[in-house]
Design a protein around this ligand. Structure first.
Ligand SMILES: Nc1nc2c(ncn2[C@@H]2O[C@H](COP(=O)(O)OP(=O)(O)OP(=O)(O)O)[C@@H](O)[C@H]2O)c(=O)[nH]1
Ligand SMILES: [Mg+2]
Length: 500
């Protein structure tokens, strides 16, 4: 994508998305003089700051949340050299933590030689500014959101991913253009218009900060237009997919739960699965065969985390539509994680935010190989499975429990289909074949009027059989369009790769 030159000169780009390679993973987060995040050699030593607010429900405890922040820091190549926490009745509007705590933090920074402070909670632009004032120019102040944005930027491998991260970074940055940007440098000679500037062209007196803001807003608008194009393309792609009436199953779950490993185990996807947070950003879809003989399309996509910034969810709408448009979800859970329950709740929260909370879910408790030495935990897990209508325990890495997973997925898909009783004229053998390949045929008889089929059909297909309901009466309205004279057979052959 090309950037406007004026923009390039005015605003350094956010962290460039990296394509492949691991060496630069060791790079660390720093801010350039403009305040934007960029990568640099590993020389970052950070102190983590966590706050527990009396009236705020937390999915993870203070320490667990900071452990997770430490993992995020590690993923970004930052070395953690200390942490500090505070329990508060209410946040300090100016500095989040209390003044005494801030002094303590300053001392800790000096003693440890840290050059970075990372807050586990999102800082308001004002709080960030005030804290920076106290800690001085040498110490960078980041929050969890900025850290996640940086990791996302490193892991984006497609244009779609890169555009989404860049947009999220600029939207995060826009209200935070302060410090280095407040030099109030006048534009050289007021070139933008001066005395002769036309209407709407601002002349001398415009500050650098305002110019920067305007450039960033322009860039945001440009990125949004690009994303609209991407979304249109994805939409078309999905519509195509829907025509084939193959159910789409999205793998969702907390980051690092094993979604990509599971996709690889169930298909020949060969997607990258790694022991780090947010290894996957870009969706990959692969076809898999189920024991019933039916096919399903499995989509692996970005993982979730507690305190996932809303801007990020909004910016990743194109990617996350793979989740919202799926027929069913496989919710992958790391059953060996001490915070399993908190992770499940965090995923449910994000699903709610995406309006996907009501989709049928197959709960997959992964990594049970790690529970082998703990029979009690394993028994407890098996008890827990009963809380869910569809749940299995597996090890994606060792390929244990995958058959059970496949049959359970088959059952779930079958139970969401609608029961049908059809009499199909003999010249519509194609519709009989379609029912066999995409539905569950429980009985088949040959009558004078045609083939009588009883069983279940996917909702998406049922409309095509409207005219052939036995006794001419569907038990409910079927509004899936007219019955085609030559119903096209669904495409079985195409295997999809959205992005590699
Ligand atoms: N012991 C064990 N490790 C597993 C299992 N499944 C996945 N892992 C490991 O868990 C780590 C994360 O796996 P991924 O498949 O990348 O997880 P993900 O959910 O795709 O993670 P993100 O893409 O980062 O959100 C990798 O190191 C995997 O090897 C399992 O069944 N047992
Ligand atoms: Mg993954």
């Amino acid at each position: 994508m090309t950037k406007p030159t004026s923009f390039e000169s005015a605003i350094p780009s956010p962290t460039p998305a990296r394509r492949g390679g691991d060496a630069s993973d060791r790079a660390a987060i720093v801010r350039d003089e403009s305040g934007l995040i960029t990568t640099a050699p590993p020389a970052e030593h950070a102190i983590l700051v966590g706050v527990e607010l009396a009236n705020r429900p937390q999915l993870l405890g203070l320490d667990d949340s900071l452990d997770e922040l430490a993992l995020l820091a590690k993923t970004a190549g930052v070395d953690v050299c200390g942490r500090i926490t505070q329990r508060l009745e209410a946040p300090n509007p100016a500095t989040l933590i209390g003044t005494g705590k801030l002094d303590e933090l300053q001392l800790m920074v000096l003693e440890s030689g840290a050059n970075l402070v990372i807050f586990d909670d999102e800082l308001s632009p004002r709080q960030q500014r005030e804290i920076e004032k106290v800690l001085g120019q040498e110490t960078k102040v980041l929050d969890r959101t900025a850290l996640i944005l940086d990791i996302f930027a490193r892991h984006a491998r497609t244009r779609e991913g890169a555009v989404q991260v860049e947009l999220a970074q600029y939207e995060y940055r826009l209200p935070r253009l302060t410090r280095a940007w407040t030099h109030l440098a006048r534009q050289a000679g007021g070139r933008a218009g001066g005395a002769g500037g036309g209407v709407g062209v601002r002349g001398p007196g415009e500050t650098q900060l305002e110019v920067d803001r305007r450039e960033i807003s322009r860039r945001i608008a440009f990125l949004k237009r690009q994303l609209d194009e991407i979304r249109k393309h994805r939409d078309q792609h999905r519509r195509q997919r829907r025509k084939s009436a193959i159910p789409v199953v999205a793998l969702v779950g907390y980051t690092n739960a094993g979604k990509s490993t599971l996709l690889n185990a169930l298909t020949d996807a060969h997607v990258r699965a790694e022991d780090r947070l947010f290894a996957t950003l870009d969706p990959t879809t692969r076809r898999t065969e189920l024991p019933s003989g039916h096919a399903a399309l499995l989509t692996d996509t970005v993982g979730f985390i507690q305190k996932l910034p809303t801007e990020l969810v909004a910016a990743f709408r194109a990617t996350l539509e793979e989740v919202t448009e799926a027929d069913v979800l496989i919710h992958v859970v790391d059953a060996s994680h001490p915070n399993m329950e908190g992770h499940i709740a965090a995923v449910e929260e994000v699903l709610e935010e995406l309006d996907a909370g009501e989709k049928p879910q197959l709960m997959v408790f992964n990594k049970i190989d790690r529970l082998e030495s703990d029979p009690e935990a394993l028994a407890q897990l098996h008890d827990q499975l009963r809380d869910y209508p569809y749940a299995v325990a597996i090890s994606a890495a060792r390929h244990t429990g995958l058959d059970k997973l496949r049959t359970t997925l088959d059952r779930l898909l079958r139970e969401r289909m609608i029961p049908v009783d059809l009499t199909i004229p003999y010249h519509h053998g194609d519709l009989v074949a379609l029912a066999h390949s995409h539905g569950f045929v429980e009985s088949e008889e040959y009558t004078e009027q045609g083939t009588r089929l009883r069983g279940r059909l996917p909702v998406d297909l049922a409309g095509r059989y409207r005219a052939y309901w036995t006794n001419r009466q569907a038990p409910f309205p079927l509004e899936n369009g007219p019955v085609p004279t030559h119903p096209s057979s669904p495409t079985h052959s195409h295997e999809e790769t959205d992005h590699e």
